[in-house]
Structures are given as C-alpha cells and as structure tokens.
Design a protein around this ligand. Structure first.
Ligand SMILES: NC(=O)c1ccc[n+]([C@@H]2O[C@H](COP(=O)([O-])OP(=O)(O)OC[C@H]3O[C@@H](n4cnc5c(N)ncnc54)[C@H](OP(=O)(O)O)[C@@H]3O)[C@@H](O)[C@H]2O)c1
Length: 354
C-alpha cells in the first residue's frame, strides 16, 4: 500500500485565485488523497503577503517572502503554485523551473502556444512536474460524464455540445491596470473564461485528448473593444463524425446556471452549476418518453480545487512529470485553438510579436 503524499506548497501571488485555492487546499476532507502544506507565500510585497496569510490562513504560519524569487529558492518548498495573471506565467514558470521546483500554473497556462512550448521544454530539460491548473477536468462530475458519454453512450451518438461562460465583470469601470482590460496582461474573455467553454466542447465531443484527439475545424468571431475581446463565439466541427461544438464566452453578462447542453441521438444532458468552471450536477433527458429522466448530483466541500491538487501530489509521489488528465500536449492543443481564434480576429497581445 502506498502512503498518502505530502506536498509543501509555495504560493506565488496573493490575489483572488490564490486565496480560493489556499482555502481549498487546507480543507479537512475525509477522502483526501494527499496532505497539502502551505509552506511559503511569495508576494510582491512583504506586508501584502503577511496580510494574505493572516486573513486566509490565520491558524497557520507559512514563511512569507516579499518577493517571488525567495519563494522559488526555499528548499522546503516542493511545488510552486502560480496565481498571477496569464502574462506572467511564462516567466514565473521558467524561474521556478530553474530552481528545480514542480509547478501547478493557473489557466490560461501562458498567453500563446509558443510560450507554452518554451515552458514545457524547460520543464522537460530539468525533469520537473508541471501542469496547467485546469481544475474543472478533475471534478468527479466531469469524469462520470465522460464515462457516460463516451463509454456507456448514454445519449447515443453525440451530435452537438453547447457551452457558455459569461461573467458580468463591468469591464468599463476597471482601470487600465486591470488584467481584464490590459492587453499586455492577457485581457479578454477567451483566455479568462472561454477556455472553459472550449474545455467542455473538447471533452464532450471526443473521448480522446492531446495527441490522440481528432483536430476539429474552428470558425470564430470576437467582439473587440480596444483590441480586447469582450465576447467570443466559436464553432468546432469534427470532420469524421460531423459533431459540432457551439461555444461562447463574455465578460458582459452572467451566463445561465444551466451552462452546457450535450445533444445525442438518444437524449440530451444539461449541465448546471454556479459557474461553467464549477459544475455541480447534470440531468439526463432521454428522447424516449417511457424512459425516466435522471439527475446526477455531486456534493462537495469548498470549491473543488483539491481534486487537481491531490492529482498533482500523487503524480509527484509517483515520479511523473505530467498528468494524464491535463498532459502537456493537451495544454498546447488548447492554446493553439485559442491562438487560432485570437489571430483570426485580430485580438493580439503585444507578446505575440516576440
Ligand atoms: N482556476 C480558477 O478558477 C481561476 C479563477 C480566477 C482566475 N484564475 C486565473 O488566475 C490568474 C490570476 O487571476 P486573479 O483574478 O487571481 O488575478 P489578480 O487577483 O488580479 O492578481 C493575482 C496576483 O498577481 C499579481 N499581479 C496582478 N497584477 C499584476 C501586475 N500588473 N503586475 C505584476 N503582478 C501582478 C499580484 O500578486 P502579488 O499578490 O504578489 O502582488 C496579484 O495579487 C489568471 O491567470 C486567471 O486566469 C483562475
């Protein structure tokens, strides 16, 4: 029997997502597959980092650094979690890799596929684990849904997938320093939330991921304001089956609680949750009226960031450098599709030209 791994985390950035992830990591869970220790916090300022530690984990005493570099260099840290805006992910990852640290890096993994390839090449050369924190893929709900769709064929032949992720971010009221408005920080609905709509499309339309997946044709439209996409709509077409994904995102409107619909020859599945990243249940509605509808509920404590965290810990314990649910080639595939959508519609980041 293998023991439950312990991972000592170094948290980089003390903004919104780092707060949510840290709260989830330390939740008491009877079925936890790993122990997560908040070993260190790396922040742009010592006082800000101390305030983060005090408000988020008042009962714990991590080492708080007023720089990221000191956190990367801490020998007691096993894994660096990167919770900064997308534009900093490449450099944050490269620096952590130089220090031989394993990494869990927030989505979008980088600004474009070229940057992602550069980071994976460095990780490979150093032999460290690295993964994009696409947490939704790790939910038991997602794994059950994929099994029902692709193995048990609960809705028969899959025909179409609709998925939307909209948040009303009131972008107009934000200053130019906001990561949601500033192109140099990777602003735009596609990389922020459209990546989830794309993920639902990719996982529900094809049982395979990464290099094994079929390459869909992509057609897209972006509504730009000062070069930043406020709204994205994109279609995926799988040539071998004719399956289509109708996928959307926006920073202007909150999407409906029922954010995805998967249609098949024998029935339809409706997926619900407070956000497209955080599904909580789905309903199977058969075409045959004699057959009963079925609701699949997935209750859980907290938000659910610990599912990916446990998976990362188990990979590291086993000596793996990538994860089978979110392998490097899958991150690159997602980035390439988003590059295609952005480049086709003129939503360029300054870093795309580098
Ligand atoms: N998985 C999810 O559910 C989820 C949800 C939301 C966001 N995200 C992802 O997480 C990342 C961060 O998002 P967030 O909303 O947490 O961002 P945020 O609160 O705006 O920023 C996070 C941290 O990044 C650093 N930072 C922010 N702006 C900076 C700038 N202009 N220059 C240098 N450093 C800057 C700051 O670190 P210091 O604290 O060190 O000053 C800040 O606290 C994004 O890539 C986003 O896509 C993921």
């Amino acid at each position: 029997m293998t023991s439950v791994p312990t991972i000592r985390w170094g948290i980089i950035g003390t903004g919104w997502i780092s707060t949510e992830v840290v709260k989830d990591l330390i939740l008491e869970r009877p079925d936890a597959k790993a122990v997560h220790v908040i070993q260190a916090i790396g922040c742009s300022s010592l006082s800000k980092g101390q305030a983060f530690a005090k408000s988020t984990i008042p009962h714990l005493s991590p080492t708080v650094y007023g720089s990221y570099a000191e956190c990367y260099a801490d020998p007691k840290v096993d894994l660096i979690y990167i919770g900064t805006p997308h534009a900093f992910h490449k450099d944050n990852c490269l620096e952590a890799i130089q220090h031989g640290k394993h990494i869990l890096c927030e989505k979008a993994f980088t600004l474009n596929a070229r940057e992602a390839r550069e980071v994976f090449a460095a990780a490979k050369a150093k032999g460290v684990f690295i993964m994009e924190a696409m947490w939704t893929r790790f939910f038991p709900l997602m794994q059950t849904l994929q099994r029902l769709l692709h193995d048990e064929k609960i809705i028969g032949d899959i025909l179409r997938v609709f998925a939307d992720f909209g948040l009303n971010m009131d972008v107009k009221s934000l200053g130019p320093e906001s990561r949601l408005k500033n192109k140099a920080l990777g602003a735009g609905s596609l990389l922020d939330v459209g990546i989830y709509s794309l993920t639902w499309g990719l996982l529900c339309l094809d049982r395979n991921i990464a290099d094994k997946a079929e390459k869909p044709k992509v057609v897209s439209l972006l509504s730009l304001e000062e070069g930043v996409d406020m709204t994205s709509s994109f279609l995926l077409l799988y040539p071998s089956t004719g399956r289509q994904g109708i996928l959307t995102s926006t920073m202007s409107v909150k999407s409906d609680e029922t954010f995805a619909r998967i249609e098949g020859s024998k029935g339809t599945i409706f997926v619900e949750g407070p956000g497209t990243s955080i599904p909580s249940r789905f309903k199977y509605v058969p075409n045959n009226k004699d057959e009963k509808e079925k609701v699949f509920e997935f209750e859980k404590p907290g938000a659910g960031y610990y599912y990916e965290a446990d998976a990362v810990a188990m990979d590291i314990q086993a000596g793996r450098t990538e994860n089978a649910v979110m392998p490097w080639a899958e991150t690159i595939r997602v980035m390439e599709i988003m590059d295609d959508i952005r480049y086709t519609n003129g939503a360029l980041f300054p870093q795309d030209a580098e």
